[in-house]
Ligand binder design. Structure first.
Ligand code: NAP
Length: 391
């Protein structure tokens, strides 16, 4: 690679502009953004028009470009760009979790076929250095659990909901006004974004390559002040947790709201912050916390990937290559809180053990133990107004 790392940048929104800033304030790393490809021809730009192009091939076919940094908000277009960049001999750095998670197996094949790396530290938990740690540091350790608060929008909403008397709708509106939630927040509040990150982290932690639909997922849209008060009464707060665990040689991966005891480190992670709690057979528990989103924090992870390219770093996917990755199972017991307006909906969950049963006019709930698979297949899981949390 030449002395200066020549970057072709796709996208100049929140993260793209953050990266521009970060690179111009980082002295050690010799980089140059040669061109920026964006979409909207009518948008006002903070840089001269000469920096921008609307033609992807101006970057993809430019022999001077060493690395394509993909920071656009369209996963399908992003995959086309990344594929073409690799086939044109360029390294790729991306922050796009949906693109990486939706095309994980294809990205592995493309990296093998072209010999060019795709790095995506920024795709999972923004500034927290988790992917390279899972890939390298824990290579020889027996990790058996990766838990995390991996979505800042939902953590912001749940923090406000559990610490104030505001309703879900009020808090969502406030999060949108502050820029923590998109105008269409579906990917965040329904848990899709967290499921993409769960898939990516799981592949690097355990070597199991899943498809997004394999990760059981439910979001926070049904949460109410009643749930917040109930959680508090039991000494818990509510978090949307990404959970991947190894039990009896099998992997269980899901994204579900959870009642988290106040003394758990994850309960202390508030507002838009993210955290990952790793558990290893020998290392025991280790806790990472940091900003999971925002222009500069996310760009810091992109910067770290660019620095890694300097020493020809690529993910070796050793845990995948070994061919001994645990297979997925949903036949594991979970303790769950299921609250609904309808007692019938609650009783659609086949609890093997009921610890608490509560019935009032508007709210019915059970806390008990069931199989994850049975919970997933229940009428309660399919009902959008029912709130489900693991304990
Ligand atoms: N924002 C965060 O905190 C954060 C954190 C972690 C990861 N990420 C990921 O980082 C990526 C970028 O997010 P963002 O928040 O920076 O998005 P954003 O602010 O919405 O900006 C998106 C940019 O992509 C450009 N774009 C969209 N489609 C394009 C196409 N087909 N060709 C060229 N350019 C295209 C847009 O062009 P125009 O300017 O012309 O509209 C815009 O500059 C996403 O994958 C996101 O999931 C974001």
């Amino acid at each position: 690679m030449a002395t200066t790392l020549n970057i072709g940048l796709f996208g100049f929104g929140c993260v793209g502009q953050g990266l521009w800033d970060v690179l111009h304030r980082t002295k050690g790393l010799q980089t140059e953004i040669t061109r920026i490809c964006v979409k909207d021809r009518n948008k006002l730009r903070p840089l001269g028009a000469g920096m921008f192009t609307f033609e992807q091939n101006d970057i993809l076919e430019d022999p001077k470009v060493d690395v394509v940094v993909e920071l656009i908000d369209d996963a399908d277009a992003a995959f086309t760009i990344v594929k073409s960049a690799l086939l044109n001999g360029k390294a790729v750095v991306t922050a796009n979790k949906k693109m990486v998670a939706s095309n994980f197996a294809e990205l592995l094949e493309l990296q093998q076929a072209t010999g060019r790396p795709v790095l995506y530290e920024a795709s999972s938990c923004g500034s927290i250095p988790i992917i390279r740690n899972l890939e390298e540091y824990y290579d020889n350790d027996m990790l058996d659990g990766v838990q995390g608060i991996v979505n800042g929008t939902t953590n912001y909403i749940l923090t406000k909901l559990t610490e104030t008397t505001a309703s879900y709708d009020d808090v969502l509106r406030e999060a949108q006004q502050l820029g923590f939630a998109e105008s269409d927040p579906t990917l965040d509040v329904e848990g899709y974004d967290a499921a993409f990150k769960t898939l990516i982290m799981g592949a690097h932690a355990f070597g199991t390559v899943l498809r997004p639909g394999d990760v059981i997922r439910r979001g926070i849209t049904a949460v109410s002040s009643f749930d917040a008060v109930t959680a508090k009464a039991h000494g818990h707060t509510i978090k949307l947790l990404s959970q991947s665990r190894i039990r009896d040689g099998h992997l269980t991966s899901y994204v579900l709201p959870a009642f988290v005891p106040y003394q758990d480190p994850l309960a202390t992670v508030r507002n838009e912050y993210n955290a990952v709690l790793l558990h290893g057979a020998f290392s025991d528990a280790q806790f990472f916390v940091g900003k999971g989103a925002g222009g500069h924090p996310t760009a810091s992870a992109v910067l770290s990937d660019l620095a890694a390219l300097r020493y020809a770093y690529k993910y070796e996917y050793k845990k995948i290559e070994q061919g001994t990755a645990p297979s997925l199972t949903t036949r594991v017991p979970v303790r769950a809180y299921v609250r609904s307006h309808s007692a019938d909906v609650v009783s659609s969950v086949p609890f093997s053990d009921v610890e608490v049963e509560y019935k009032s006019g508007a709210n019915h709930y059970v806390i008990g133990t069931t199989l994850l698979e049975s919970l997933y297949r229940s009428e309660a899981f399919a009902d959008k107004r029912t709130f489900i949390a693991t304990l």
